[in-house]
Design a protein around this ligand. Structure first.
Ligand code: 9C2
Ligand code: ZN
Length: 430
């Protein structure tokens, strides 16, 4: 049923979030909640928009949770979407939408597929709070850096030959078995089964190295990087990577993540509007920047390095895809959205999963855009600029941090006023 109303959304205070009012998560949460007082020392990491019970979004007028509103009136979700996702076990919204504001690196992590999520949740519901998979997409709001997917095996082989501390951690025999055994394919797709097995052994060797070995090799690596700078890894390193090692070591001194992150995972930077998609079981760790994140409705995370949170090395080693390729394979190409008309720009980010897609709409002062009705519900967050968003005679002011719920089959009119009105809308259709 067509509908548009404003939501109030809460924040998660994880240690890696930007501090106080520097965090857009804090500013966004405070924008629609006068009782939200920003603590000057508090890290504000994630703004949660959706029906997940950990931080439920609410109707700003009535305080009722979005989950309860949608349960009472499933027509807001729409018949097709309700039917499709109820059958696969979702209660009303199949996606969770977030803003992340990242000061320090997140844990090296991966998210389970549905089968593994069911097992993890059944065996350990405290650490795995639901039984759903969590494919996720990240869209940069400003300059972003992260680790994403395993590097091509040729690069990993290069680091084994040029970084003695890395080779020591994994031991000579595992390193040699990898370097002599991997097949480097000319088209850059290194996904042969035996490459995966060798990569798994390498990853496992880091994960099971003793704390003393990690600490002493990390100490040597850091001190060599301080003196040698960009040439610390011969032709395989550069200034950026050297700087990254020193920055990460300040955040998490002598951590295992220095080895499994820097030398095994792709280092990616994105500019505003660029995006990556991570399917189930792809390793990643976001490093800095502000992003929009959309995921299947789940909070299941299997972690190893760079974290004070619960680590689960055994499951992480067993579960990963061990696909290794250049990061371009994980970058998303936004497309023009053909159900938007006007003088603004609306792009579609459409990952290869059914639970969500995201629209980005940008309007300069005075520009107008109509977004035709979508076949399912959506949640919109305003990240920049001001203007209005309306449905028929219902006109809402739009400002950074304002969040709206949009019922299925609602036609929306956007109008920009000051500073490039920029909105992101997560939605689902059947
Ligand atoms: O909330 C992560 C956040 O669990 N990002 O990372 O706090 O577990 O290290 P930590 C999750 C976020 O949505 C995510 O998956 N990649
Ligand atoms: Zn993640």
């Amino acid at each position: 049923m067509p509908a548009l109303f404003q939501l109030q959304c809460g924040a998660q205070e994880y240690a890696w979030g930007k501090i106080g009012a520097k965090s857009s998560v804090a500013r966004f949460a405070a924008a629609t909640d006068s009782s939200f007082k920003i603590g000057s020392d508090t890290p504000y990491a994630e703004l949660w928009m959706g029906t997940h019970p950990s931080v439920p979004s609410r109707d700003i007028q009535t305080g009722e949770t979005l989950h309860d509103i949608l349960s009472k009136d499933p027509s807001l979700v729409g018949t097709h979407v309700s039917k499709k996702f109820h059958e696969s076990g979702f209660s009303n919204l199949p996606f969770l939408f977030k803003v992340l504001s990242i000061e320090k690196v997140l844990s090296i992590q991966a998210h389970p597929d549905k089968t593994l999520a069911k097992q993890l949740h059944a065996n350990d519901p405290k650490n795995y709070p639901d039984d759903n998979h969590k494919p996720e997409m990240a869209i940069a709001l400003d300059e972003f850096e992260g680790f994403c997917g395993f590097r091509p095996v040729s690069e990993i082989k290069g680091f084994l030959s040029s970084v003695p501390e890395f080779k020591s951690v994994v031991t000579n025999s595992v390193a040699d078995a990898f370097s002599e055994g991997v097949i480097v394919s000319p088209n850059g797709s290194d996904d042969e089964e035996h490459n995966k097995l060798l990569l798994q052994k390498l990853f496992n060797a880091i994960m099971t190295a003793s704390e003393e070995t990690i600490a002493s090799e990390a100490r040597k690596l850091v001190s060599r990087t301080e003196t040698e700078g960009g040439s610390f890894a011969g032709q395989y390193g550069d200034e950026k990577l050297a700087d990254l090692i020193l920055r990460l070591n300040k955040q998490f001194p002598l951590d295992i993540g220095l080895f499994c992150g820097v030398f095994l995972l792709n280092y990616v930077t994105l500019n505003a509007g660029e995006a990556i998609f991570l399917k189930a079981k792809d390793p990643h760790a976001y490093i800095s920047g502000d992003i929009i994140e959309c995921m299947a409705a789940s909070d299941n995370v299997v972690r190893s390095g760079f974290t004070p949170k619960f680590k689960d090395v055994k499951n992480l080693v067993e579960m990963l895809t061990y696909d290794s390729a250049s990061v371009d394979k994980q970058k998303m190409k936004p497309a023009n959205f053909d159900r938007a008309e006007g003088d603004g720009v609306t792009h579609l980010y459409d990952p290869p999963i059914p639970e969500f897609a995201v629209l980005r709409t940008v309007l300069e002062k005075g520009q107008k855009e109509v977004v035709r009705p979508l076949g399912g519900p959506s949640i919109i967050v305003v990240t920049e600029g001001t203007g209005t968003i309306s449905f028929g005679a219902k006109v809402f002011q739009a400002s950074p941090g304002y969040v709206f719920f949009v019922g299925a089959e609602t036609e929306l009119n956007y109008e920009g006023s000051d500073g490039r009105l920029t909105t992101y809308a997560a939605f689902v259709e059947a």
